[in-house]
Design a protein around this ligand. Structure first.
Ligand code: SF4
Length: 67
């Protein structure tokens, strides 16, 4: 049981806020979000990632419970 990041690339407008907020995100060559750490989010990173997800102006990011 863990929490994972879901990213809807087609919604991403490449604002890059998530990439600044957490190391879990980057932009690909077309300026769309890529999730670098695709597995369960470490407990210690959860607050950071939750902030990054809530910052996205395009609502392209969400968290889902896994397991
Ligand atoms: S904050 Fe949202 S719109 Fe901006 S790069 Fe990240 S996923 Fe894309």
């Amino acid at each position: 049981m863990g929490t994972r990041i879901s990213a809807e690339k087609e919604k991403c407008i490449g604002a890059g806020l998530c990439t600044v907020a957490a190391a879990h995100f980057d932009l690909d060559e077309s300026g769309k979000v890529v999730v670098l750490q695709d597995g369960d989010i470490a407990e210690a990173d959860l607050a950071l990632v939750t902030d990054a997800v809530s910052m996205c102006p395009a609502e392209a990011l969400s968290l889902r419970e896994d397991g």
